[in-house]
Write a protein that binds this ligand. Structure first.
Ligand SMILES: Nc1nc2c(c(=O)[nH]1)N[C@H]1C(S)=C(S)[C@@H](COP(=O)(O)OP(=O)(O)OC[C@H]3O[C@@H](n4cnc5c(=O)[nH]c(N)nc54)[C@H](O)[C@@H]3O)O[C@H]1N2
Ligand SMILES: Nc1nc2c(c(=O)[nH]1)N[C@H]1C(S)=C(S)[C@@H](COP(=O)(O)OP(=O)(O)OC[C@H]3O[C@@H](n4cnc5c(=O)[nH]c(N)nc54)[C@H](O)[C@@H]3O)O[C@H]1N2
Ligand code: SF4
Ligand SMILES: [Mo]
Length: 820
């Protein structure tokens, strides 16, 4: 693809280039990188003294050298207003990735905003407002004044429940401790906003309520545990594509049998040759393929369960493990409660489980043995990892509980080589004032918006048009409501603020909605908005977050944000300041006073106001100390600052004390009740194909940056839908044909990707893509806690057209590989 990057040769990084710490912001893994920058009119030389690698580059380098970088890691960006070369390359000394990049992270360079090289010209550079029938640039003061006046008017009229908010709760790509604090202080400190939702689900709640209610925080182990485990259990998770370097750098070495060599010293009595792995996933993923190729088929079990039946499998495991006497009785007695109760309530025979899950009795029995059968009289070390196949799966709360039950029963929480963890999506970075006023269950925000509730909607770093459930209906209603306000705005001169605000609030009373989108690009939902506020990304600001083993790092600001874009925390501060001013003008001094305390000059001030004062162990953490901890950082929570270092916590619960009042982890009852979310059973009955959905290695999230990357759009001009050759024959479709996917909830389109391993009637579609939104066919049904069930979706499929021109160059080869 280098030919499309118009790169003939790349400059050599000079020895005196500036070198900064960077954590890749795209996924939970949080790989360490370095940013090298140097003036655009300079470059290094081949002799060892004049390049950053300190090696003689005129010599052929060995195969595994790190004295190189790829075109995708390079760009020219602005730093303090000057053009500089930049190289963002993996750090071999970072324990997370040991120098590995990925098809996403290794493209951070080319996905930076560059006026010199024309990349990411879609980035917003000024606040934009609806003026004379289109979005037009304006100043921060003007845009924030309008937002504050409309917001204040709505809150005065409807109370704070009239303000709806959609906001990130994570670290890394958008989010970070600075920004979750900025937005949190505004909506939960200054205000008590109740109609608020998180970027990836339609309410303000936990994705993993059950494990927390049981006293087991969801990120309780460390990446090294995957190297130490005898058995890894991966549930609803495709780690090669979605947590790439965690899988490649920590799971594969175990499966290959290479990690124990160096780890043997830590577990002297328990060394094993190589680990085994169990995947629970209705579909055969490339992770299963990679594990088989690297560990041999004998060490890999793929349990291709019927979609949505995980809970039954876990209950059968619990029953079988208890029947065999493989439970960790000492641990259960000392550190848990309600084991007997849950065991009795969840009792599931192997035969019943086989019937519901579609697995064989032998598969269930054998997998239980891999999990818990003692080896030479010693307890087996088993790590349980789960992600969106469970989290966005049927009956999320109880299924989550049923898996944690198995981990607790086998004594695998708080021990080396164990853990019961979510794999994670984004990095984490949550620090906010209490959200207790939101209540449980939290408000189903999408539903309220569709019903016409609310007057103003603030959106931070999410695009519901592409990524919510019931998206087709959401989008139609949202457009209608925001159009009412646009039409009203068109009727008055923009400069007449009083008349403008009156026109807007009148339109709101007539069913309209005023929409403010804080994003880095013009998004799909943003097309409906009246104000866009341009945010800075990671690297354009200093940003802290933690990865899936609670490893906290600081990404140092290595370039300027585009134009007038600002960090999200500073945008929140600006909004608060304008609210204060407007409310004072309105004569409400008491309310205005609640918006004080945002006089941060930089994101570091927001960090000190938020994380340092409010996070557990936060008092030990400052930017300067984090910077000194480099790309290995420390693992949260911090417990001390000693000898110039922040002292962290490698694993949680090693003392056998859990996050409940009495310190005992609690087993939970979880009984099977079929497809739980309203409407799912009917949908399954009425439609022919399972539309399983999720991610692909090359694409980051809803492709907000990738949609301007030739590399990605050449590969996936349309979202793929993996389909078995039998289904293709029945539908009369060929490779690359465009099909419509439709049901009672809506319709969307996708491109047929032949997949010989796919089961008949079971497809898998790329989620959240700009040229075809899978969420359009997901119904509105959620569980009692308003957790969406994206994965269990059924629809019909019909052909739209033969492969369009832009698809003809694609390869439709199998994505599987053979061991070399
Ligand atoms: N390349 C890439 N990596 C990413 C992301 C990305 O956009 N691109 N996004 C990040 C984010 S935010 C997240 S949340 C994570 C998600 O990471 P994952 O959860 O690993 O990814 P998904 O593809 O959403 O779903 C995982 C698997 O769930 C399976 N599944 C579907 N239904 C069921 C079921 O009923 N039971 C079981 N057991 N499995 C089922 C699917 O077949 C799929 O293989 O990825 C993160 N990493
Ligand atoms: N069908 C289906 N739907 C799903 C899922 C699924 O598996 N299947 N998974 C769900 C999951 S796990 C997730 S995480 C969501 C993702 O859903 P979203 O959160 O809606 O998707 P993202 O692609 O993460 O959106 C990020 C948005 O923030 C903007 N952005 C990026 N950086 C910044 C920043 O620094 N500041 C600001 N202000 N904006 C920024 C981007 O331009 C983009 O518009 O989708 C959910 N929806
Ligand atoms: S695995 Fe995740 S964090 Fe690591 S380089 Fe890839 S996208 Fe970035
Ligand atoms: Mo996610």
């Amino acid at each position: 693809m280098a030919y499309k990057r118009h790169i003939d040769r790349l400059p050599i990084i000079p020895a005196d280039a500036k070198k900064q710490n960077v954590t890749c912001h795209y996924c939970i893994v949080g790989c360490g990188y370095h940013a090298y920058t140097w003036p655009s009119n300079k470059q290094g030389g081949t002799d060892a003294a004049s390049n950053a690698f300190g090696v003689d580059l005129s010599e052929q380098q060995p195969a595994e050298t790190d004295a190189w970088y790829a075109p995708s890691m390079y760009n020219i960006v602005k730093q303090d207003g000057q053009d500089v070369h930049i190289v963002l390359m993996p750090d071999k000394d970072c324990e997370v990735n040991s120098g590995l990049g990925s098809v996403r992270g290794a493209r951070m360079g080319e996905l930076r905003y560059s006026t010199a090289r024309g990349s990411q010209q879609q980035r917003l550079t000024s606040p934009m407002v609806w003026r004379y029938g289109q979005m037009q640039p304006t100043s921060w003061d003007d845009a924030l004044d309008l937002v504050a006046r409309v917001t204040a008017a709505v809150v005065k009229d409807q109370g704070e429940d009239g303000l709806f908010v959609s906001v990130f709760d994570h670290g890394g790509s958008a989010g970070g401790y600075e920004n979750t604090w900025g937005t949190g202080k505004l909506y939960f400190g200054s205000m008590k906003v109740k109609n608020i939702r998180i970027h990836n689900r339609p309410a303000y709640n936990s994705e993993v309520h059950a494990t927390r209610d049981m006293g087991v925080g969801e990120l309780n182990n460390c990446y090294e545990d995957a190297e130490l485990a005898d058995t890894i259990v991966s549930v609803g998770n495709n780690p090669l594509e979605t947590q790439t370097n965690y899988f490649l750098n920590h799971w594969i070495p175990n499966l290959r049998g290479t990690s124990m060599e160096k780890k043997r010293a830590q577990l002297p009595d328990e060394a094993h040759a190589s680990g085994r792995i169990i995947f629970v996933d209705p579909r055969r993923t490339v992770s299963v393929n990679a594990a088989e190729a690297e560990a041999g088929k004998d060490n890999v079990m793929h349990l291709a369960i019927n979609s949505g039946t995980d809970m039954v499998l876990f209950n059968a495991w619990l029953t079988e493990i208890a029947d065999e006497g493989w439970v960790d009785k000492a641990f259960i007695d000392a550190s848990t409660k309600d084991f007997d109760k849950a065991l009795a309530a969840n009792k599931t025979t192997l035969e019943d489980a086989a019937k519901i899950t579609g697995l064989s009795v032998d598969q269930i029995r054998q997998s239980a043995a891999w999990i818990a059968e003692p080896k030479e009289g010693k307890r087996r070390r088993t790590m349980f990892a789960y992600e969106k196949g469970l989290i966005w799966g049927n009956d999320n709360y109880r299924t989550n509980a049923a898996l944690v039950n198995v981990a607790l029963a086998t004594g695998n929480v708080g021990r080396e080589g164990g853990g019961c963890v979510r794999m994670g999506g984004h990095q984490e970075g949550y620090v906010r004032p209490s959200d207790a006023h939101v209540g449980r269950p939290a408000a189903y925000v999408d539903k309220l918006l569709i019903e016409g509730k609310g007057g103003v909607h603030h959106i931070w770093a999410c695009d519901h048009y592409k990524t919510t459930l019931n998206a087709h209906q959401f989008n139609m209603v949202y457009k209608k409501r925001t159009d009412i306000v646009k039409d009203a705005m068109n009727a008055v001169p923009y400069g007449d603020r009083e008349a403008m605000v009156k026109a807007i609030t009148d339109a709101i009373k007539a069913g309209g909605l005023f929409s403010v989108d804080v994003d880095i690009i013009p998004s799909k939902i943003g097309a409906a908005s009246h104000v866009w506020l341009p945010a800075a990304e990671s690297g354009e600001m200093n940003l802290t977050s933690m990865n899936g083993e609670r490893r906290m790092r600081l990404v140092e600001r290595y370039m300027d944000p585009p134009g007038n874009a600002k960090p999200d925390c500073m945008i929140a501060a600006g909004l608060a300041q304008h609210m204060e001013k407007v409310l004072r003008e309105m004569g409400d001094n008491a309310y205005a006073d609640q918006f004080k305390g945002y006089d941060w000059k930089t994101e570091e001030d927001a960090f000190m106001d938020g994380y340092n004062k409010n996070a557990g162990g936060g008092e030990f953490v400052t930017y300067e100390r984090l910077k000194a901890m480099g790309n290995n950082g420390f693992q949260e929570p911090a417990t001390a600052f000693e000898d110039g270092k922040i002292v962290g916590t490698k694993r949680l619960y090693t003392d056998g004390k859990f996050g409940t009042k009495d310190g005992k982890a609690t087993f939970m009852e979880a009984q099977w009740r079929g497809l739980q979310a309203p409407g799912k059973e009917e949908q399954k009955k009425n439609n022919k194909y399972l539309i399983n959905n999720g991610r692909a290695n090359q694409v980051w999230q809803n492709a907000f940056l990738d949609q301007e990357s030739a590399f990605v759009m050449d590969r996936w001009p349309f979202p793929f839908i993996e389909m078995s050759p039998d289904d293709m024959a029945e539908l009369g479709v060929k490779n690359g044909d465009l099909v419509e996917v439709y049901n009672e909830s809506g319709s969307t389109q996708a491109m047929v990707y032949p997949t010989p391993t796919a089961r008949k009637g079971e497809t898998f579609m790329l989620f959240g893509f700009p040229t075809g939104v899978q969420g359009n066919v997901i119904n509105a049904g959620t569980n009692e806690l308003i957790l969406p069930n994206y994965k269990q979706t059924w629809a019909n499929i019909r052909k739209i057209s033969d492969a369009p021109e832009g698809v003809k160059h694609l390869s439709f080869k199998s994505q599987e590989y053979q061991a070399g």
